[in-house]
Design a protein around this ligand. Structure first.
Ligand code: ADP
Ligand code: ADP
Ligand code: MG
Length: 707
């Protein structure tokens, strides 16, 4: 076994590999860019070597520097993680030349599977079912149309060198084939430097289901069952699970056998994934093979009990597979949610910033036997930069069955506290409560179909909104009580606090709070305002609340609840237990609550609501308050996404025409041209080239063209 290995990666996957290596008694070497010098993976490893640079190109993709780092530290093997150099055959070959072991497949297998036309040919020859289509380079638009007519519409035109969902076009007619062919070719040439494209049948509303394989250097290969990854956004996986709610035992066996056949055909060893697309009739077709550890591998680990990184290291060291196919079972159900730094309310725009609060739920086995696992590579205080992948963490749940795993995931998301940066937890929570997802009725089109106009926050059912209102009333009341002078509540002295109760005679007099939801949060309020009479008894943990509509109608009756809250002092986390006396039920909530005077912001399961909690005499006057008018920013160019201002093309005083490019912002490796909306004069330039801008940073201001 190796004594020391180097991890040529960063973030959660580097941390995850280091943990397994350590458990195996292997020393670890981290490499890092300048941006990452204090990153978690650097702190976790036994040694670290600086690669310098900021971008991936300048750091984690510098194969020569990584090989030099191995020589300098005496690392005998390299684990590449995923992304970066993991699928570059030339890197694996270069390592071999220096007698350093690549903890991954042979370079020949990487190369064979790296090209979609070649891998499809190989798969066909190995008896693996492939998507119907033409397996060869298409030379002209005319040929493309002829082939598409033969296959039958819709078809997909795909770049042979493609990856990451790029260089793909769907066409429904001959005309669309002609334009799609040209576009796919151009995109392929510019993204991959290789304009070869081919055509295959477009499978409508399919599922993405993939098979994990594991093979040793001695000709043994097994599969570890499937993962379903149909919840995708722009061909990017967001939620994965194992097993798939769709497969029956015979389809699973057939897919597993084909995946093994393909792996054997390229003399594969190490861990790998064979991706399939599966139609509504459970016909499955080979898509591609990823010759590396996959992001979503934890769900497979959770249902099989294997540590895939450990298996990869043992295989690389030449050991025999320790498991036979008959020993691999499916134990329970696992789900993974990818937490991204992005703003779900603004079309999932990438977000950057500092994690001012970062308190993930504890990784543990719970009393009901279910599990929470969180693979992460950041800590509170770290920054998420524009330089690398925006994934913050991979939150996983495991339980005996799918419903229980979903429930555990909901609770884990409730308990994930993160501030300072936009993130997709509300969206993930919304999917976990979505009917179709819960039924397992999902396809790769799920997000597009269910969130046609983007994500607008979940509108809570009226009963849930009422419970959230109760929580706010109880929190407001507890705050007011805390701020009262001692004994104020049971004396007849007027209270000092402005929001405090008028002089109270008996200690048990209820206090009234009006909770008014306003349409300023990301979710729409769906229930009426409420009047909460809160009766607290110093000795009891719970308060009694009578809830009635506000303003009160003539025949108003009230519903009665007991509520007990436990509010953290250092985070927005609040736990509540509500006893509903009418329905004789008890409900538990973990939500996040922020307060700014009498304005409360509550987040729960994808619902994000703003409400005021005020005593009735103040609530009655609230409509006299002057509304806050947002400043007019229509005469400014605001940065639409976090990014690097690479070029400014105009100067103060210039007159610009509608549609004229004003500047270029580079974000997540893409250049975005920002254009003028109308003819006007540039009044000032407020940022300079090279600046790293956050969302809504002012780049320039305008005035009327004629002034
Ligand atoms: P990449 O290398 O970019 O990952 P894939 O071939 O794996 O390319 O395809 C990415 C995604 O595109 C798949 O997960 C699937 O959602 C969709 N896709 C690819 N090929 C087809 C097809 N023939 N029909 C329908 N959807 C497809
Ligand atoms: P404000 O202080 O403006 O009332 P918050 O501080 O509650 O708002 O949150 C600011 C933004 O941060 C929200 O619009 C929301 O998008 C995001 N946010 C904060 N906390 C959470 C959370 N727990 N879940 C989801 N989004 C959150
Ligand atoms: Mg793929």
């Amino acid at each position: 076994m190796f004594e020391k290995i180097l991890i040529a990666n960063r973030g959660e996957i580097a941390c995850r590999i280091i943990r397994t290596a350590r458990a195996m008694g292997i020393k670890t070497v981290a490499v890092h860019s300048d941006v990452d010098r204090n990153a978690q993976h650097v702190q976790l490893a036994d040694e670290a070597v600086s690669l310098g640079g900021m971008t991936a190109q300048e750091s984690y993709l510098q194969a020569d520097k990584i090989i030099a780092a191995c020589q300098q530290t005496g690392a005998e093997a390299v684990h590449p993680g995923y992304g970066f150099l993991s699928e570059q055959a030339a890197f694996a070959t270069a390592l071999a030349k220096q007698n350093i072991t690549f903890i991954g497949p042979p370079p020949t297998a990487i190369a064979a599977m790296g090209d979609k036309i070649e891998s499809k040919k190989l798969a066909k020859a190995a008896g693996v079912s492939t998507v119907p289509g033409h397996v060869g380079v298409i030379k002209t638009a005319g040929e493309a149309v002829k082939i598409a007519n033969d296959i039958g519409y819709p078809v997909m035109i795909k770049a042979s060198a493609g990856g990451g969902g790029k260089g793909m076009r769907v066409a429904h007619s001959a005309a669309e084939v002609e334009s799609g062919y040209a576009m796919a070719m151009r995109e392929a040439a510019s993204s991959f430097g290789d304009d070869r494209v081919f055509i295959e049948k477009f499978i409508t509303s399919p599922r993405h289901i993939e098979i994990q394989v594991l093979a040793d250097r001695h000709g043994h290969c097994i599969h570890l069952n499937e993962r379903e990854c149909s919840i995708q956004r722009r061909n990017q996986k967001v939620i994965e699970e194992a097993p798939s709610p769709f497969l029956d035992a015979s389809t699973r066996r057939a897919m597993g056998e084909e995946a093994i056949r393909l792996a054997m055909a390229v003399d594969y060893h190490s861990a790998g994934t064979v991706e399939f697309i599966v139609d509504a009739e459970r016909n499955f077709y080979f898509l591609e093979m990823n010759t590396r550890l996959q992001v979503e591998h934890p769900v497979t680990e959770l249902i099989t009990g294997l540590d895939l990184v450990e298996e990869m290291i043992r295989i690389a060291a030449g050991e025999l597979l320790r498991h036979q196919q008959k020993h691999i079972g499916i134990n329970g159900w696992a789900i993974e949610s990818r937490l991204y730094a992005e703003d779900p309310y603004r079309n999932f725009m990438p977000a950057i910033g500092r994690l001012s609060l970062y308190r993930p739920p504890a990784e543990q086995q719970h009393d009901d036997n279910s599990l929470t696992r969180n693979d992460t590579g950041v800590a509170e205080g770290d920054s998420i930069s524009i330089y690398y992948d925006p994934m913050i963490a991979k939150l996983c749940s495991w339980a005996g069955d799918r419903d229980a795993a979903i429930d555990r995931m909901r609770m884990a998301l409730d308990d994930f506290i993160m501030r300072g940066i936009g993130h997709n937890i509300p969206f993930l929570s919304a999917v976990m409560e979505h009917d179709r997802f819960c039924r397992g009725d999902i396809t790769t089109a799920f997000i597009d179909e269910e969130y046609k106009d983007g994500f607008q926050g979940v509108t809570a059912a009226p009963d849930r909104q009422r419970d959230l209102g109760l929580i706010i009333a109880a929190a407001a009341d507890a705050d007011a009580v805390r701020q009262l002078p001692q004994n104020a509540r049971s004396t007849s002295q007027p209270a000092a606090h402005p929001a405090a109760r008028p002089a109270v005679q008996p200690a048990v007099q209820p206090e009234n709070w009006v909770v008014q939801f306003v349409a300023e949060g990301n979710s729409q309020p769906a229930a009426d305002d409420m009047l909460c009479a809160v009766q607290s008894d110093d000795a009891a943990a719970a308060v009694e609340v009578a809830v009635s509509p506000y303003p009160a109608a003539a025949d108003t009756t009230s519903d009665r609840f007991s509520i007990e809250i436990d509010r953290a002092i250092d985070t927005p986390r609040l736990a509540a237990r509500i006893t509903d006396h009418q329905q004789q039920t008890e409900r538990h909530y973990i939500c996040q609550l922020h307060q700014d005077k009498d304005r409360w912001h509550i987040h729960y399961r994808g619902t994000d609501l703003l409400a005021y909690a005020r005593p009735p005499h103040i609530a009655a006057l609230a409509h006299h308050m002057k509304p806050v008018i947002a400043p007019d920013r229509s005469n400014m160019l605001l940065c639409p996404m976090p990014g690097n201002l690479v070029t400014v093309l105009v100067a103060a005083g210039d007159i610009v025409e509608a549609g004229q490019t004003l500047c270029i912002v580079e974000a997540m490796k893409m250049e975005n041209a920002l254009v003028a909306e109308k003819r006007c004069r540039v009044a000032s330039i407020d940022a300079k080239e090279g600046d790293i801008l956050s969302v809504d940073a002012v780049i320039m201001k305008f005035t009327d063209a004629e002034t």
